[in-house]
Design a protein around this ligand. Sequence first.
Ligand SMILES: Nc1ncnc2c1ncn2[C@@H]1O[C@H](COP(=O)(O)OP(=O)(O)OP(=O)(O)O)[C@@H](O)[C@H]1O
Ligand SMILES: [Mg+2]
Length: 355
Amino acid sequence: MPSPNEILVELKKIKYPGFTRDIVSFAIVKDIEVAYAGVTVSITMASASPEVVEKIVADVKAAVAAMPGVPAVNVQVEQAAPSAPRAAAGIAQPRTIAGVKHIVAVASGKGGVGKSTVAVNLALAMHALGWRVGLMDADVYGPSVAMMVGVEKAVTLTPERRIIPLERYGIRYISMALFINDETAVIWRGPMVTKLETEFLFNVEWGELDCLVLDLPPGTGDAQLTITQRVALDGGVIVTTPQELALLDVKRGVAMFEEVHVPVLGVVENMSYYVCRKCNHRHEIFGHGGGAALARSLNVPFLGELPLVRELREGGDNASPIVAANPAHPVSAAFKSMASQVIEGLDRSEAQHAS
Ligand SMILES: Nc1ncnc2c1ncn2[C@@H]1O[C@H](COP(=O)(O)OP(=O)(O)OP(=O)(O)O)[C@@H](O)[C@H]1O
Ligand SMILES: [Mg+2]
């Protein structure tokens, strides 16, 4: 019979569905018991979908059964209590930021879907609704927030060498781009980047904020997961486009936030349709209703859809984001509707925690 340690080595080869990281590093393996009759592996799952649990159970059974001398494998699944799941799993408690009430991360399954555009305008829309808002560009390789809001001056430090965020259009923001040049970006790779990024985030003197919006790097892999594990997030927003493949990625985004017990505040479908200037007709190039239907099936809120509009791109390129530059535009109204839904979602989960 193998020892529990030998079994753990085998379990480390099993990937968590949808991630490159193994199930042991997700801290869901709670106990391995080796007895005469067979091996019992106990796993704790907090909020994963039944399919994910099923897949993990099947993989664990197959991996252990394949080891020499194992007569039987039993996998016990425990539902972790939603309170204290991290402590039970031995994961360090994610850090809060002094003075910052809520932290919301904007994620997307793939790049180029408009995540930064949404993060910037959502932050501005929350500000327009009266919130004190900060914005952090957590994407080292494609930092665009600085370009989208415009950089007027260099970043300064407090006497304690803490970073003072810049301020534009009423929101405080900071971007990795303000600190690195192209050559350093190339040197920063993998886990190192995520570590530096989170340290960086905690070194910013945000002051009093109602909400800090994080523009995550594109994707839902290990780098993004690490950030969501280190920072005490209050909610996640997922940006997608209507193509089927992009929609599939939404599932991964939802799984990522669920794994770290962060409520998904909603899904935004960007570049949903195009309104022709000549005929005023709404062209649904990639079909209609996919994002809303998917959100419904995943049981997460759908925050709305955004059309493909020239002003949105120009606003991004010219450092004049549409919500600030043209508040009367229908797209700005759409962002404000999204922002109020996000605020409601934050209030709701706060009320749940308090009760
Ligand atoms: N609804 C829209 N209509 C027109 N242009 C848009 C729209 N949304 C985003 N864009 C433009 O598409 C480009 C990509 O958007 P953005 O940079 O926000 O995407 P991203 O998901 O953050 O990309 P990355 O993965 O590189 O971080 C930008 O030029 C942006 O101005
Ligand atoms: Mg971006």
